[in-house]
Design a protein around this ligand. Structure first.
Ligand code: NAI
Ligand code: MG
Length: 356
């Protein structure tokens, strides 16, 4: 007889950030503690004060050895960064982008659902439940390019899009694998009729990968028509895969269709698990409501669900998801952005009570 092994300790670096970031992360932590205790999940946390506040005091969003520090963790949980007075490119390029790129987080995962109790701006959204899989490290967001003849009439700017066989194959594979665990349907966002080099290449490589997943159905849609369908028929989608730029735009559009930015989660994943993946709500630091205790914590809590899935705790993830659904369904446990009047703490307590 062998006794079951103690579950291994997993380490999480927590970066609450600015504004409502710390408020919603406190809530996500409370939910993780509750569900973790119930399922015997051992997570150990370390907090980092990297933020715009740190930038104004020290001149840097994070210390020089930040990437080295984070490298040893199993996951990173982030609130939001950004604050008036600090240019947004400082908070983005000083923290978020270096982390995404150093840890080759090549998948940006954005699930979208229309929940009972959350009003979509669409008249009849129906049953909406899909995931946008955005390529997160190459494509249109490359650093290759430059400016010439600044200040002259012939001034010009060039920026190269970079699509690699490796990069397109791995994001397509991720989308097909994910579809297998869902409804088995992938939509690939393209524009190969107008962009004549990179996107026909994208189409070719995606089709090659699709052939490896005969059990998954696949459609290619031009990005313009696809944007219209997100609004007109959002029920039809299961997994939507797109390049960095297309995925960025589609995921915000999808979050708007679902009703509130306050509930939207995201994961920046290295599916190989060689490097830590990062989980963060889609919303920013919301300076307009920061410090008032009214931020919707669901986006951060749902991001923690994605983290639980990534760390191999699907049962705990499912339970938190059910608690989110139950909490959103009751008017008295909805925050102001959803038309309710509950505080962040009240929503957190409702989630925790549901989980106990
Ligand atoms: P934002 O997402 O912070 O706020 C947009 C609007 O949505 C505001 O009216 C806000 O009150 C509301 N809102 C956002 N999250 C909410 C929540 N959880 N509950 C209730 N209401 C919520 O976007 P904004 O105002 O464009 O940016 C503010 C700062 O956040 C900027 O410095 C920006 O650069 C930064 N930002 C950071 C992100 C990140 O850390 N990943 C992402 C987006 C913005
Ligand atoms: Mg965006």
């Amino acid at each position: 007889m062998t006794t079951p092994a103690e579950p291994a300790m997993q380490t999480v670096a927590v970066i609450p950030g600015d504004g409502i970031g710390p408020e919603v992360i406190t809530s996500a932590r409370a939910v993780l503690d509750t569900v973790g205790a119930k399922h015997g999940i051992k997570l150990s946390y370390k907090d980092f004060d990297w933020s715009c506040e740190r930038y104004t005091q020290t001149g840097a969003m994070m210390p020089e050895d930040a990437i080295e520090t984070l490298r040893g963790f199993d996951a990173i949980l982030l609130g939001a960064v950004g604050w008036p007075g600090v240019p947004d490119h400082v908070s983005l390029w000083g923290l978020l982008i270096p982390i995404r790129r150093a840890f080759r987080q090549y998948v940006n995962l954005r699930p979208i659902k229309v929940f009972d109790g959350v009003e979509s701006p669409l008249r009849a959204p129906g049953h909406v439940d899909f995931v946008v899989v955005r390529e997160n490290v190459e494509g249109e967001y490359s650093e290759i390019g430059g400016r010439l003849n600044r200040g002259f009439p012939e001034e010009m700017a060039v920026q190269e899009s970079v699509f690699t066989r490796l990069g397109v194959s791995r994001i397509a594979d991720y989308a097909f694998e994910l579809a297998r665990s869902r409804r088995g349907y992938v939509t690939s966002a393209t524009k190969s009729n107008g962009i004549v080099h990179t996107l026909p290449f994208w189409d070719e490589v995606v089709a090659e990968r699709a052939a490896q997943f005969p059990d998954v159905r696949m459609d290619s849609e031009h990005i313009d028509a696809l944007a219209a369908k997100f609004v007109l028929q959002p029920q039809r989608f299961d997994v939507v895969v797109g390049s960095n730029l297309f995925g960025d735009i589609l995921s915000d559009l999808a979050a708007a269709v679902a009703g509130s930015i306050g509930i939207a989660p995201s994961g920046n994943l290295d599916p190989t698990k060689e490097y830590p993946s990062m989980f963060e709500p889609v919303h920013g630091s919301a300076p307009d409501i920061a410090g008032r205790g009214i931020a919707n914590p669901i986006g951060a809590v749902w991001s923690a669900v994605l983290m639980l899935e990534h760390l191999g705790h699907p049962d705990a993830a499912r339970e938190v998801m059910a608690a989110i659904e139950a909490t959103l369904a009751k008017p008295e446990t909805r925050t102001g952005d959803l038309g309710g009047s509950a505080s962040t703490v009240e929503v957190t307590e409702a989630l925790v009570a549901q989980l106990r």
